[in-house]
Design a protein around this ligand. Sequence first.
Ligand code: NAD
Ligand code: UDP
Length: 318
Amino acid sequence: MRILVTGGAGFLGSHICETLLAQSHEVICVDNFFTGSRRNVHHLLAHPDFELIRHDVTLPLFVEVDAIYNFACPASPIHYQHDPVQTTKTSVIGAINMLGLARRLKIPIMQASTSEVYGDPEIHPQGEGYWGRVNPIGPRSCYDEGKRCAETLFFDYHRQHGIAIKVARIFNTYGPRMRPDDGRVISNFIVQALRNEPITLYGDGSQSRSFCYVDDLVDGLIKLMGSAPLLTGPVNLGRDEEFTVAELAALIKEITGTRSAIRMLPLPTDDPRQRRPDIGLARRELKWEPSTSLKSGLEKTIAYFEAALSTHNDGELA
Ligand code: NAD
Ligand code: UDP
């Protein structure tokens, strides 16, 4: 198959491109390089089945493909809040453009949705049936509400136009090829630890997240795309083991052996208190199990950052 991956030069997108090529698919990677970079797909550029196109998904795209992974959208709070209007446009207009393409070509399309659609949840762990608690007017809303609206569009195109859709609700995922300046918690803590700089703990660190290693996530995404058409989702994909942010900092300190101290900073507005997926649906329907423990995933990610920081400066990696 020839497969379009939007946001393909980003963290998750580059791993998806790599896996699809390894499975002998042709890949068209589309990215505007806002948070992604050519460096993430540099090793794929010489591959005869790989094509890279600089393009913004808020503009229509005309290509001939057999399936779409719609992953374009900045995912780190500092980046998606940098230009919140563009973030909403990317989710909403980007979804309309990619769904239009899927409709014309009569092909399946996957949406990279997010655990952020649950907002600051009152239900714990979060199952797909929970409708969420999202502030529509706060600094995170451009991302959360943009992704919620994209889900609405996916289901309306499915009901109205019969498009085959797959909606993945992705929980916090980490691994190699996150940018050192990505701003999300795992890359921040690892880079700070490796540089013996203070580890920036927001709030008192008692808020929780559940962290999934990228290889496990990509395995789940590919299983979801290959699943029966009836399984539209939304399907939660993440690892159902929960850690406080303070526990995460302690684990990264232990693995790296850093001299870094902890620096407490204010908790950002609307930062969710707790988050853990119920992944019963993915286990049952996809036979999916995220098998990489946080410790072993962190060890691989730390090894990546050690090598990356010693060979490149930040500007080159960003
Ligand atoms: P990322 O920032 O590394 O990747 C996003 C990619 O999209 C980048 O390459 C960026 O340049 C590109 N992009 C942004 N706006 C675009 C536009 N208008 N047109 C074309 N390309 C554009 O982030 P990521 O972690 O790889 O996230 C990828 C997708 O997965 C996003 O849609 C994100 O919302 C979703 N997601 C990620 C996580 C996670 O934990 N990593 C969790 C939930 C959802
Ligand atoms: N966080 C932190 N220090 C950092 C970056 C993030 O304590 O340097 C916290 C953040 O406040 C949140 C959690 O870590 O409670 C996860 O943040 P991230 O931005 O990675 O993901 P999200 O909040 O979108 O789940």
